[in-house]
Ligand binder design. Structure first.
Ligand code: FAD
Length: 403
């Protein structure tokens, strides 16, 4: 009997297992995950779960993936971590002994980057897992003074939830504006106001140099009071366990997959937050840490295992809910793109968007704030790569469409 083993029971791994069975794989499917919980969905962790929109214990409802592994005939091993890989004899080493495989899918996701010198501190939090979210919710319930390090997606969503819970919140960001790593000035600078209006103190251009009991010190010597600290400064692929296995990694630590998500080892695929792939659409290798990429990649990895290899090259898509707004992003920007703004980012409650057009007039990417229709239309236009008329793009009363 053929055996497919999938390492990492997150979104990508769980859906690869499901798709494999749904698409007709008849052998044994084993899905193993290091966490003690059955697979769950991560985006609600920094939203519903943290906001306490669901009672403790109802987390499962907020975060469930809606997959019935028994019905699918998928053997789920929770609380079991892969520790190494031997591609020659096709053996996956785990903390509870080796597992033989015919096909292996790596889906170990990413892990948060931590602040140096803060390991082991009970007042310093990250947010990646259900256990992290439950721990952080206790901080919010206690209305603690919270310092969030990093004004990225996680920092903004946690700040939103913490303010709703009545916490005093300071967000400290080393760069000069929120989301500096992801968005250019024209899109990110207007977001500064969202923090202020929500009663969050945003301190950009400040690095945190030390965390001590009850306070955080910034590079200029300023001290900010903090009962608890949330570190949201990014995540990196969880691939340390692959060191020495011979599976090729990229300099960013991701598994270096090909266009069909195959790795350098025979019979081994990689998908989701742990894997980078060469995008023909964008002419560069991409490492995407978004929900949609994990889900669509699962289809490609399952197809690969079944010998019907399919290229994985979607238009990246991401959403966030912060400060009462729905923020969505689709596409991938290049160096020469020109930004065209739709609507007034400075206006109170109205939505707005920024479109980035390539020199040939096609849509490279767009960011929308409370304009889901722009996103839906723009995402399709980015997929089709047809030229747009910049004048029409700039008019928020006209739908986005091909020139
Ligand atoms: P993961 O979901 O990280 O799953 C990997 C699993 O593998 C983990 O359970 C891990 O414990 C396990 N694992 C790791 N190493 C091993 C090992 N050696 N052995 C066994 N198991 C192992 N994206 C969006 O597009 N929109 C959002 O609003 C959004 N919100 C988010 C909010 C939060 C708080 C977080 C953390 C992420 C959010 N994301 C969002 C990103 C999205 O959740 C991820 O892109 C997605 O979960 C990636 O899925 P994955 O299966 O690749 O990795």
């Amino acid at each position: 009997d053929e055996r497919a083993v999938i390492v990492g029971a997150g979104l990508a791994g769980s859906w690869t297992a499901a798709r494999l069975r749904q698409e007709g794989f008849e052998g044994r499917i084993t899905l193993l995950g290091a966490e003690p919980h059955p697979p769950y969905d991560r985006p609600p962790l920094s939203k519903d779960v943290l906001r306490g929109a669901h009672e403790p214990g109802a987390d499962a409802e907020a975060t469930g993936l809606g997959l019935d592994f028994d019905a699918l005939g998928v053997e789920l091993l929770t609380g079991r971590a892969a520790t190494g890989l031997r591609p020659g004899p096709r053996l996956l080493d785990t903390d509870q002994g080796p597992l033989p495989y015919d096909h292996l899918v790596l889906a170990t996701g990413a892990e948060p980057v931590t602040l140096p010198g803060t390991q082991g501190r009970s007042d310093v939090h990250v947010l990646r897992t259900l256990d992290d979210a439950r721990r952080l919710r206790r901080v919010l319930d206690a209305r603690a003074a919270l310092v969030a390090v990093g004004a990225g997606w996680i920092g903004a969503e946690v700040a939103t939830a913490a303010r709703a819970a009545g916490c005093r919140v300071t967000v400290v960001e080393a760069a000069g504006r929120p989301l500096a790593g992801t968005l250019p000035r024209e899109a990110a600078e207007p977001m500064r106001r969202w923090y202020t209006e929500a009663g969050v103190e945003l301190r950009t251009g400040h690095a945190v140099t030390a965390v001590r009991d009850g306070e955080v010190e910034l590079a200029d010597g300023t001290v900010v009071g903090a009962d608890a600290v949330l570190v949201g400064i990014g995540s990196r692929p969880a691939t340390g366990w692959l060191a020495g296995s011979g599976v090729a990694l990229a300099p960013d630590g991701s598994v270096r997959a090909d266009a069909r998500l195959r790795t350098s080892a025979p019979g081994v695929w990689a998908v989701g937050d742990c894997a980078s792939y060469p995008s023909a659409r964008y002419g560069e290798r991409l490492l995407v840490h978004h929900w949609d990429n994990a889900l669509s990649g699962a289809g490609a990895a399952a197809a690969g295992v079944l010998g019907r290899e399919a290229a994985h090259d979607p238009v990246p898509y991401f959403w966030s809910e912060q400060f009462g707004r729905r923020v969505q992003y689709a596409g991938h920007r290049g160096r020469d793109d020109v930004a065209v703004t739709r609507g007034d980012p400075g206006a109170g409650t109205d939505g707005w968007s920024v479109c980035w057009l390539r020199p040939d007039g096609t849509l490279a990417a767009l960011l929308t704030v409370d304009r889901p229709r722009d996103l839906a239309q723009g995402r399709r236009l980015a997929e089709r790569a047809v030229p747009l008329d910049p004048g029409r793009v700039a008019d928020p009363s006209v739908p986005l469409k091909a020139a």
